[in-house]
Design a binder for this molecule. Structure first.
Ligand code: NAP
Length: 328
């Protein structure tokens, strides 16, 4: 297919927001030995996509022009010589590398190890939502907070900030598979929605109690899955249990300073900056949860690939409820 052209969305320099996304025709990529070529069905957008566009120099993106997008569901059309798990016609979902991207295009090259089969019960849009947002929620809860999702661990009180967003809405559902009490924050319009995901108590982040993260039932948090931004350590600290930790998904300089101070002073309360490392086996676990009806992808909005910039603008706006999907 190498001599064929495909439609893709790309940008040529840092900055410019949704208006800088251009619709172009570029050659269909060729899969290497351990890669597969997918025909695009759906992709999900993440805030990191436009943060890379804003410029996380010097690493992202690796080069210009850049086709953004990492979370893609599609159908296998070609496989590299070393690929064992997949063949043409298989429905899959994959997570691409942020530095190279490639997701917002009619054909996408993905590594075999970061690609998993998508059962018929799981739609392309539902599967596409999972990679970055779902895997981040999964990693924060299981690896950093130590929650066992089979419910066997000891009871833990969890706070999830921005529970209505992409990461937060998966985090609430996953946390409730474990032995947890979940307090969540979101805007007033999403309180019933977040309760419906399983949260035990929900705070409107614009109220005084919400702003100070005070649990209505007086719980102290063993772990905070911090999906919002702009909340200081001094706000979290009085709400933490003796060994409580804040898992910060968007750590800035102040968070790294707090992280260092808490480590150096052997504080029992900790701040943990987290950058997710997506793994194929965990993606497979999440896809199976969706298949079994134990996890759902809530879709904020769907945008055709020909109007991907509308979804991009929506993500920059920061008020998504669930996942923003781009589909063919
Ligand atoms: N470290 C990592 O590996 C990693 C991975 C994925 C994501 N992230 C980061 O995690 C953050 C969340 O990502 P996301 O995909 O979930 O974002 P998102 O879907 O864009 O989140 C939007 C949601 O956040 C809510 N919200 C915003 N500020 C809030 C606040 N102060 N309190 C409560 N709710 C608030 C909004 O509610 P309203 O509309 O009511 O305001 C909206 O529903 C982003 O900064 C992202 O870059 C990091």
């Amino acid at each position: 297919m190498a001599d064929r052209l495909m439609r893709a969305v790309q940008y040529a320099r840092h900055g410019g927001g949704a208006a800088a996304l251009k619709h172009v025709e570029v050659p269909v990529p060729t899969p290497k030995k351990d890669e597969i070529l997918l025909k695009f069905e759906a992709a999900a957008l993440n805030p990191f996509d436009w943060k890379i566009q804003n410029g996380i120099r010097p690493f992202y993106p690796r080069k210009f022009p850049h086709i953004p997008g990492t979370d893609v569901a599609g159908e296998v059309v070609e496989v590299g010589q070393g690929v064992q798990k997949f063949k043409a016609g298989d429905k899959v979902v994959t997570v691409l590398n942020h530095a190279t991207g490639g997701g917002l295009a009619e054909f996408v090259v993905a590594s075999e190890s970061k690609t998993v089969a998508r059962p018929a019960e799981v739609s392309a849009a539902e599967a596409a939502g999972l990679p970055i947002a779902g895997l981040t929620a999964h990693q924060a809860l299981t690896q950093t907070a130590g929650i066992k999702l089979d419910g066997t661990g000891k009871q833990a009180n969890i706070l999830i900030t921005a529970a209505s967003g992409g990461v937060g809405h998966y985090a609430v559902q996953l946390a409730k598979l474990g032995n947890t009490h979940v307090t969540a924050t979101c805007g007033a319009r999403n309180i019933e929605f977040v309760k419906s995901l399983g949260a035990d108590e929900v705070l409107d982040y614009k109220t005084p109690d919400g702003a100070v993260l005070k649990s209505p039932s007086g719980k102290k948090y063993d772990a905070v899955i911090h999906c919002a931004t702009g909340i200081s350590w001094s706000t979290f600290e009085p709400n933490l249990s003796r060994n409580g930790k804040v898992i910060d998904l968007t750590p800035g300089p102040a968070a790294f300073l707090t992280f260092a101070i808490k480590k150096l002073t052997f504080s029992s309360k900790q701040l943990v900056p987290l950058l997710a490392t997506p793994k194929g086996e965990n993606l497979e676990y999440l896809v199976n949860l969706v298949k079994e009806g134990k996890l759902k992808t809530v879709i904020d909005s769907k945008h055709p690939l020909s109007k991907a910039e509308d979804g991009w603008a929506k993500s920059i706006d920061g008020h998504a409820t669930g996942k923003i999907i781009v589909e063919i």
